[in-house]
Design a binder for this molecule. Structure first.
Ligand SMILES: *Cc1c(COP(=O)(O)O)cnc(C)c1O
Length: 495
């Protein structure tokens, strides 16, 4: 340690002035700073509405991250200041009530605390006999209850629905090809497999097919109807055509809330088709499935209880902090057969730390894993499923209000039905794509609101996804007024 660093802090020893371990020597000072850092996070949340939704990083901010590997210690207090100055103000902005881009959860103060406790515990949820795994198992049982799955359905926390969908594709693949395919690869039988999802399915489905070794060419993207739902007749025709040419259909994927417009496939219709055709039905419910917590929204998902597997995200509508994806599988045995391995160093015992099999590592590709379950457990216990469901229903009512306001404005045009909490629209004017792109970028850069963009029937749309539980009617009005005023400004400049 350089002498200079010591002399700067005569009264309180630096945290790095310690013996051989990494714990502070001066715990009282550390504790004060820890409390202050928790206050930083709470203050940020408390003042979020007065802040811009998003701030572009300045060149100075970007340059801050160019420094080399720190070899010498620094005061925790100074690293805290760096965080407050260079990181906290420049994140995506999804805490903010007028963040409406993509589909991002808003997080909660309870989630923040649970993350802190999980960090303190530093549990590894890969396996072994420990209460944290009981928490994950309890959340799994709660989800089986929510979705009407059997009591012994299996489930596992993952980063997000991308990984959940991937796990489901692998489970369906193992079921159709047999467990030997894990060692032998997909082989000639695997190269004949085909899967079905709508054109509106999330791109991670195609990537899951790629990563599974079956390939995304084997994913048939089926047309959608006017409401954005998979066309069941077209799906049946595609399955028949594939069988006719010698392919082997194995997997049908429904979406409960498409990423572009929030459309919900006819899940009951898909469930019937899956039974008739002998296919594994998987539901990508990343965005919408947790709507099952709302009695108002649940009927929209009728049929989901008959799926073989469901992937969904607590970090979106569930408002849990990132990341908290989940995959639920009806047939525990099929799930185990896809992932469990008899490695000697992971061998199980009847007692001691190696008891309590099966472990989470038997249900997915991860061995070491964090305690994601805790923030979801805290969230569900503290708020209760009813209040979480009500916050989801409220975002849908706000989306309805937005849709109504758009429909009432001659200068605005709605581009898709608003089934759930997503509204796609645009400002009328030419060239339309350019004007609307400019509006979205300006809205984001001004910090007033952050919708995103998508393309609907080849036309650029302003896409407002109301996911944040903090969003209110006044925020919807700010979005509408801002789009109108920016649109008028653009149109005027062009005239
Ligand atoms: C967000 C989303 C995904 C991907 O989920 P991640 O949590 O980002 O991995 C998949 N499908 C749909 C419909 C989504 O909205």
């Amino acid at each position: 340690m350089p002498d200079g660093a010591k002399s700067k802090l005569p009264s309180s020893p630096a945290f790095h002035e310690r013996g051989s371990d990494l714990d502070p020597v001066n715990w009282p000072a550390f504790r004060d700073l820890a409390h202050a850092m928790l206050d930083d996070a709470l203050h940020h949340l408390l003042t979020i509405r007065e802040q811009p939704v998003w701030r572009p990083q300045t060149p100075q901010v970007r340059a801050h991250f160019a420094s080399a590997l720190p070899r010498a210690p620094a005061e925790l207090a100074s690293v805290r200041r760096e965080f407050l100055e260079f990181i906290q103000p420049y994140s995506v902005g999804n805490l903010h009530p007028r963040f409406m881009g993509w589909v991002h959860g808003g997080g909660t103060p309870v989630g923040l605390l649970a993350e802190m406790l999980a960090g303190g515990l530093n549990a590894n949820l890969g396996g072994r006999d420990q209460a944290p795994i009981e928490v994950e198992r309890q959340v799994t049982r709660w989800m089986a209850e929510l979705f009407g799955f059997p009591k012994d359905a299996s489930g596992v926390f993952v980063t997000g629905a991308s990984m959940g969908n991937f796990i489901a594709v692998l489970a369906a693949r193992t079921r159709i090809l047999g467990q030997d395919s894990r060692a032998g690869g997909i082989g000639p039988a695997g190269s004949r497999l085909t899967a079905y999802a709508s054109r509106a399915a999330h791109n991670c489905i195609a990537r899951a097919m790629e990563m599974s070794g079956i390939g995304s060419d084997a994913l048939r993207l089926i047309a959608t109807d006017a409401a954005g739902r998979i066309d069941l007749k077209a799906a049946a025709a595609a399955i028949a055509a594939d069988r006719h040419r010698g392919s082997k259909p194995f997997l049908l994927i429904g979406t409960a809330g498409t990423v572009d417009t929030g459309a919900i496939d006819d899940l009951a219709g898909l469930a019937r088709m899956a039974v008739d055709e002998g296919l594994w039905l998987h539901v990508d419910g990343a965005l919408g499935a947790l709507g099952m917590m709302s009695p108002e929204l649940a009927p929209k998902f009728a049929g989901i209880e008959r799926a073989q597997s469901i992937a969904f995200d607590f970090h979106k509508w569930g408002q849990a902090p990132y990341d908290a994806g989940f995959v639920l599988v009806r047939d525990r045995q099929a799930h185990l057969e896809t992932f469990s391995s008899p490695a000697a160093y992971l061998s199980r015992e009847a007692g001691g730390l190696a008891a309590g099999s099966p472990w989470p590592c038997d249900f997915g590709p991860d061995l070491s894993r964090g305690f994601r379950a805790l923030k979801v457990w805290f969230t569900l216990k503290t708020y209760g499923a009813a209040a979480l469901g009500e916050s989801m229903a409220r975002t849908c009512r706000l989306a309805q209000r937005l849709a109504e306001r758009i429909d009432a404005e001659a200068e605005l045009e709605r581009l898709a039905p608003a089934e759930l909490n997503i509204v796609c629209f645009r400002y009328r004017g030419e060239p339309g794509d350019e004007i609307n792109r400019d509006i979205v970028v300006e809205l984001q850069e001004s910090g007033v609101a952050a919708p995103s963009m998508t393309t609907i029937d080849g036309r650029l749309a302003i896409r407002a996804a109301i996911v944040n539980h903090r969003t209110r009617e006044e925020d919807i009005d700010v979005l509408v007024e801002s789009v109108l005023s920016l649109g008028r400004g653009r149109a005027g400049r062009r005239a």
